[in-house]
Design a protein around this ligand. Structure first.
Ligand code: 5AD
Ligand code: SF4
Length: 455
């Protein structure tokens, strides 16, 4: 497999240091924030002369960037650590990064003594020092502080996606949803300086990226720490103005901080994509209160009405948890009726799982696994019908698509519309990857569209 190209922000290609024995393998679990943190960690390692390799066998340093948002994700990490136990005998250094590292802390050394590094995301800014300690042969290196007001800034980021550049604009979370580990694992909310963000956007634009995605657990809670005090909507507009940028995305938005000026910005600037990911979690005000979500069903629906009132259609997607403690059958029915009312373009749905340290862990009225599974299946079936119907309404319309995939089948390509719909399309064109084309929709399923390029 081709070695990833290493570039600094100005596009200079670094020589790949041929440091035998200084090769790292990095596996990432979880959300886009984790994926992007890994891109930054990889950049840091590459700039220190490490090579990135595709298998743990070929590496001297094995890193897992972990996720603990739901139970299964955390379990997976420990089974992965078990699998690599044997490999430690040949002198490999194994490190655990991310949310499980933060959550379990030094317990990891007890449970998996073959691990040498345990570091949560709020401490990544200290990674260069930690690497120095590891390189010096230290076998118990930790970074577990969360009381920071700093963000993780790197000189070099090794970006995985050749078309879309991810940029973290806000780290941590100050909300206190009762089921969620993020405030514990990622620490308090810290916004990056707007000038640093805009500098990075200009840099990625110069490297040839035309789409950027601004990231944060609550991206729209962004609070510029510089005297400019840019609002989130102003930042969106400023990013869209950068020469070479054609699409601006952002995720994840919190309903309580979703203000009308964000909709105004989308309305006034076509480069800001017509898609808002606005997790609701439940359609029942009673459950929302228990979740400490800071809005009621009606308040959420007001936000939806505001978005739907825009002068161009804006796709809305969401996250839903079923089986939160005390969720009655009628609460669940309220979630289903919310789905019917909003008609989401897509959604992610999860069975509730109690997480360490979170307040909801102590709540009783647990819902049985069977009930959770049934509710999840009912919800997903209902959403499937909604998506099939919504997507069918798009047949005959044409959309701009950023081409990001080429099928093995002749003349078949794929990409995303600005509303983040996947579309597979036919085209006689050559070298379409990374270009923008107009595609007319000829067919639709619940999860994607089919079309033909307009000529
Ligand atoms: N159980 C189930 N789902 C959860 N999420 C967060 N915490 C939990 C939990 N304890 C879901 C929420 C959130 C998404 C990223 O993960 O829906 O929006
Ligand atoms: Fe977790 Fe709530 Fe913060 Fe989202 S807003 S990261 S669900 S605490």
């Amino acid at each position: 497999m081709r070695e990833p190209e290493v570039r600094n922000h100005r596009g200079r290609v670094f020589a790949q240091a041929d440091a035998a024995g200084k090769a790292f393998f990095l596996e990432t679990f979880g959300c886009q924030m984790n994926d992007h943190d890994s891109e930054k960690v990889a950049g840091l390692l590459l700039s220190r002369g490490y090579r990135q390799v595709e298998t743990p066998e070929a590496a001297s340093l094995i890193l897992y960037n972990t996720c603990s948002i739901r139970e299964k994700a955390a379990q997976k990490v420990f089974s992965r650590l078990g699998e690599y136990r044997a490999k430690q005998s040949d002198g490999k250094v194994i490190g655990v990064l991310g949310c499980v590292a933060q959550q379990e802390g030094e317990e990891i050394f007890k449970r998996a003594p073959w691990v040498s590094l345990v570091c949560g995301s709020a401490s990544y800014r200290k990674l260069p020092e930690m690497l120095t300690q590891l390189e010096a042969g230290n076998h118990r290196v930790t970074g577990l502080d969360t009381d920071t007001d700093e963000t993780f800034e790197t000189e070099v980021t090794r970006r995985d996606n050749p078309w879309r550049a991810y940029l973290t604009i806000i780290e941590g979370c100050d909300k206190a949803c009762s089921y969620c580990v993020v405030p514990y694992t990622r620490g308090p909310e810290r916004s990056r300086a707007s000038d640093a963000i805009l500098r990075e956007v200009r840099q990625v634009a110069e490297l040839g990226y035309s789409e950027v995605q601004l990231l944060g657990q609550t991206v729209n809670s962004y609070a510029d720490p510089t005297p400019r005090r840019m609002r989130f909507s102003e930042l969106l507009l400023a990013v869209a103005e950068v020469q070479g940028i054609r699409r601006v995305r952002f995720t994840t938005s919190h309903p309580s901080d979703f203000t009308p000026d964000i909709v105004d910005a989308i309305e006034s600037e076509p480069k800001i994509c017509d898609h808002v990911h606005l997790p609701v979690q439940s359609g029942s005000t009673k459950v929302l209160r228990a979740m400490q979500r800071t809005y009621s069903r009606d308040e959420y629906l007001e936000k939806i009405a505001m978005i739907r009132g825009a002068n161009r259609p804006i796709a809305i997607t969401t996250d839903i948890i079923v089986g939160f403690p005390g969720e009655s059958e009628s609460d669940f029915q309220e979630t289903l009726s919310l789905l019917a009312e909003v008609r989401y373009d897509s959604l992610f749905s999860f069975k509730y799982s109690p997480r360490p340290n979170t307040p909801s862990r102590a709540m009783d009225d647990a819902i049985s696994e069977e009930q959770k599974s049934r509710r999840l299946a009912v919800l997903q079936e209902k959403q499937r019908e909604i998506q099939s119907a919504r997507n069918a309404e798009l047949i005959g319309q044409a959309f701009e698509v950023l081409v990001s995939g080429k099928s093995r089948r002749e003349n078949q390509w794929s990409g995303y519309t600005t509303s983040h719909r996947m579309i597979n399309f036919a085209s006689q064109g050559k070298d379409l990857l990374g270009t923008y084309v107009q595609v007319r929709v000829t067919g639709a399923g619940p999860n994607n569209l089919v079309g033909t390029q307009e000529v």
